[in-house]
Design a protein around this ligand. Structure first.
Ligand code: DGL
Length: 282
């Protein structure tokens, strides 16, 4: 393993780009590999075993492409597979944790709302997190089926997204929540709309920046931070149709993306072990 190798990041789809953005901000010298499993999104209503299988396959793919560390930029995959991936692969692995801790510390009303997928809210990880940091505060769990699909469709502020969000926020606001935790990496794309619907007295929190700091810490400890004399690059794969996804991905990443199809013979390979993002066909 060398510091020159890239960091592998994945999500069920486009949501993990909100985490990738924070990693890019903090670690400008790192090469980044990103897999959007949009062909299998959403994960949130799938059985845990199916999410675990996808997470294993994608992690293998990223390691095979030279990843020196893995970031599970998906709360749902974290709940389903983080423990297994940690035991199976001896690389630094960073996973998501909804920002319940800062929300509990900051709430004035004593009521915190958590928006996430059904599977995240039902996960063992989430129960452990609540036991650890949720005491003394009312933590309301709000599953949000359908929201990931709105983001995957590029509908960040249309009528359907607005109606879904209004429906999910209503019970939390009615109970007096003054902190809204985004427990799904797709939702930060909806922050402006959530803030508009919830009003200025409510704070909206996500954990992308904290995860980026954790990546920096773990790589630093392992002596794997990229040398400061290069500009990092990104490579993207999708299990959806790259031609369909390219426009939306470019819009969300705010820069033209190099996007490849995941899981075909023509998938490009990053050369190893240097980790420079030179592509070769396999
Ligand atoms: N971005 C994923 C998460 O953080 C979305 C899960 C899904 O695909 O339902 O949970």
């Amino acid at each position: 393993m060398t510091a020159h190798q890239p960091i592998g990041v994945f999500d069920s789809g486009l949501g993990g780009l909100t985490v990738l953005r924070e990693i890019r901000r903090l670690l400008p010298h790192e090469n980044l590999l990103y897999v959007a499993d949009s062909g299998h999104a959403p994960y949130g209503d799938k059985p845990m075993a199916a999410i675990e299988a996808r997470s294993l396959a994608i992690t293998e793919f990223l390691l095979d492409h030279g990843a020196k560390a893995i970031v599970i930029a998906c709360n749902t995959a974290t709940g389903a597979a983080a423990r297994l991936l940690r035991t199976r692969y001896p690389v630094p692995l960073v996973a998501m944790e909804p920002a319940v801790k800062p929300a509990v510390e900051r709430t004035r009303s004593g009521v915190v709302g958590v928006l996430a997928t059904r599977q995240t809210l039902a996960s063992h990880n989430f129960s452990v997190l609540l036991d650890r940091v949720g005491r003394g505060v009312e933590v309301l769990r709000q599953p949000c089926p359908g929201l990931v699909e709105r983001v995957e469709a590029g509908d960040l502020d249309g009528e359907r997204t607005r109606a879904l969000l209004a429906q999910y926020l209503e019970p939390l606001l009615a109970r007096g929540a003054d902190m809204l935790v985004l427990g799904c990496t797709h939702y930060p794309y909806l922050t402006p709309l959530i803030q508009e619907l919830a009003g200025p007295t409510v704070q909206v929190l996500d954990s992308g920046a904290a995860v980026a700091r954790q990546v920096q810490r773990r790589l630093g400890e392992a002596g794997l931070l990229a040398p400061a004399d290069r500009v990092g690059e990104e490579l993207f794969w999708t299990s959806g149709n790259p031609a369909d996804m390219h426009g939306l991905m470019t819009r969300l990443w705010e820069s033209d993306v190099v996007l490849h199809r995941l899981g075909t013979e023509s998938a490009p390979r990053a050369t190893r072990p240097a980790g420079d993002l030179v592509l070769e066909s396999v």
